[in-house]
Design a protein around this ligand. Structure first.
Ligand SMILES: C[S@@+](CC[C@H](N)C(=O)[O-])C[C@H]1O[C@@H](n2cnc3c(N)ncnc32)[C@H](O)[C@@H]1O
Length: 501
């Protein structure tokens, strides 16, 4: 980990610092910052600040700019940046990569620094560092979190291994702009060069330029990338696969979850707070399912999205499991309904898909064959879609926006966009013609009979189990069976005593 050290990183990538000198602004910034670094290095070492020190600082800074990756902890929080050795640093970028990477933190009951494997502080001799930066760099090898690169697609002998340097759920223009501003290259990968653009890129950027600009202006104004009605005379409906929508679902799923927790932490006794928190948890779970469903749809066309989709299904699974256990169900009493029986819900066995049984049988060894994976996926989607239909109305009853979504999983409104070059869903100004409300015949509403409430809890609980197990399966393929996400899913499911028994 790079933490206030002025070292030339150990084994540098081949990319020379001059690769950044094409742009005056950037080279100007590098030379100013390298000058400041050189001054600090010279002061620390008590040596004159000459050309050699400046060169060392410039190389170090350029190496960081070209090679550094953001390190995340197991919960996905950014911890800082690190430069790894050449085996990793030589890997180029693709927007349809065949590999992904994850960090392995040391399990330590001690300090955060020990967990991250941060090198111990340098021995100071008065105000001078007693070892040179290159000695430190050598000694620094072996410190920092481990990094594991795994293939996510079949890689033929001689084929280049690539990873993603940017968020793959961004449309082409955004990816290209980020790659240019951070790394100074124009990506010419298969996905970027596809003409016409790939289905996924088409879907992520559904809006026409003009509308997109107007919408972006509005979004900038209000600071939230999800709006239906921005001004009284101006209503936008975003296609659910648009990148703004995906960002918005992510924000909303977590915002509703945080708000629900906050409400309960302030006062969990007050009836009105409990009711609001329960409603918010329902909406959060609904958004997380829309997010998983939408990105899964994109994943069908772009398999390198597997890591994102694994996280979304897992997130949805956790939301549903937590909702099924919510104390908010006790409100059913106050609403004149009967408290559902969670114990009986847990005994429910899924007879329609083999995912759960395979999961119990230890399928997560990362060795699943592609035909088998397709079978499991199809069964899972049908099963989850089926369960969703029964509770969707209940989940979205307090969310006006989601009421226009009939089916967050496999939906005709998503499929219909797939092959069309003339996009049939656009921004609608001054009208809301995207109402695709659907009343499921077999939907469960919290009616007046115990069986309904029981059934709702059972469905939500089983949605949770399915989404978690599937998220775990995807995670085992892309991150490996011993990755944090897979272990986490297994731990959560193991806590459901009836699941493994
Ligand atoms: C981490 S290095 C990758 C290894 C580097 N290509 C090398 O040979 O040392 C990142 C740099 O590689 C180059 N690079 C990576 N992916 C690329 C791509 N898809 N197209 C063009 N250049 C790329 C860019 O110059 C970028 O700043």
């Amino acid at each position: 980990m790079l933490r206030r050290t002025f070292t030339s990183p150990p084994l540098l990538r081949r990319a020379p610092p001059t690769s950044l000198s094409v742009d005056d602004d950037v080279s100007e910034r590098i030379s100013v910052d390298a000058g400041a670094m050189a001054e600090a290095i010279a002061k620390q070492r008590g040596v004159p600040n000459g050309d050699a020190v400046l060169e060392e600082a410039t190389i170090a800074l350029s190496a960081v700019l070209t090679n550094a990756v953001e390190v995340h902890d197991n919960e996905g929080r950014a911890l800082g940046i690190a430069v790894f050795d050449h085996i990793f640093s030589w890997i180029n970028h693709s927007c349809s990569p065949n590999a992904c990477y994850r960090f392995v933190l040391y399990s330590s009951s001690h300090s955060e620094e020990a967990k991250l494997g941060i090198a111990p502080h340098l021995q100071m001799n008065g105000s001078r560092v007693s070892i040179s930066s290159s000695e430190f760099a050598k000694g620094g090898l072996g410190y920092g979190p481990r990094l594991v690169v795994r293939s996510i697609k079949k890689i033929n002998k001689g084929e280049e291994v690539t990873v993603a340097y940017t968020d793959l759920l961004q449309p082409k223009a955004m990816r290209q702009s980020e790659l240019w501003s951070k790394y100074r290259f124009v990506c010419c990968c298969k996905r970027c060069s596809a003409l016409p653009s790939s289905y996924v890129d088409h879907a992520l950027q559904f809006l026409k330029d003009m509308a997109d600009r107007r919408l972006t202006e509005c979004i900038d104004d209000i600071g939230v990338s999800f709006c239906i009605e921005v001004k009284p005379d101006c209503i936008f409906m975003l296609h659910p696969l648009h990148h703004h929508s995906i960002k918005a679902y992510t924000t909303l799923a977590s915002a509703y979850k945080v708000c629900a927790c906050d409400l309960l932490s302030v006062d969990s006794e007050t009836y009105i707070n409990q009711l609001k928190a329960f409603d918010m948890s329902k909406i959060s779970a609904a958004y997380s399912l829309v997010l998983a469903g939408a990105t899964h749809h994109l994943f069908n066309s772009e398999s390198s999205l597997i890591a994102s989709v694994a996280n979304f299904w897992t997130g949805a699974g956790e939301s549903f499991l937590s909702l099924s256990k919510s104390s908010g169900w006790s409100m059913c009493v106050n609403l004149g309904l009967i408290i559902p029986n969670i114990a009986s819900a847990m005994k429910f066995k899924c007879t329609k898909c083999s995912l759960m049984d395979r999961f119990r049988a230890g399928m997560l060894n990362g060795q699943i064959k592609s035909a088998d994976f397709e079978n499991v996926s199809n069964e899972f989607l049908h099963c989850v879609s089926d369960i969703t239909q029964k509770v969707w109305g209940f989940l979205i009853s307090d969310c006006q926006f989601l009421q226009s979504c009939k089916d967050p999983i496999i939906s005709s409104w998503l499929m219909s966009t797939k092959s069309s070059s003339t996009v049939n869903v656009e921004v609608c100004v001054n009208k809301t013609n995207m109402r695709y409300t659907h009343e499921s015949e077999n939907s469960v509403s919290l009616g007046h009979e115990q069986t309904y409430a029981d059934h709702a809890v059972a469905c939500i609980f089983h949605l949770g189990l399915h989404c978690l197990a599937y998220g775990g399966l995807l995670a085992s393929i892309c991150y490996g069976p011993h990755s944090h996400l897979v272990c986490h899913v297994q731990n959560v499911l193991e806590r459901e005593k009836n699941f493994f028994s």
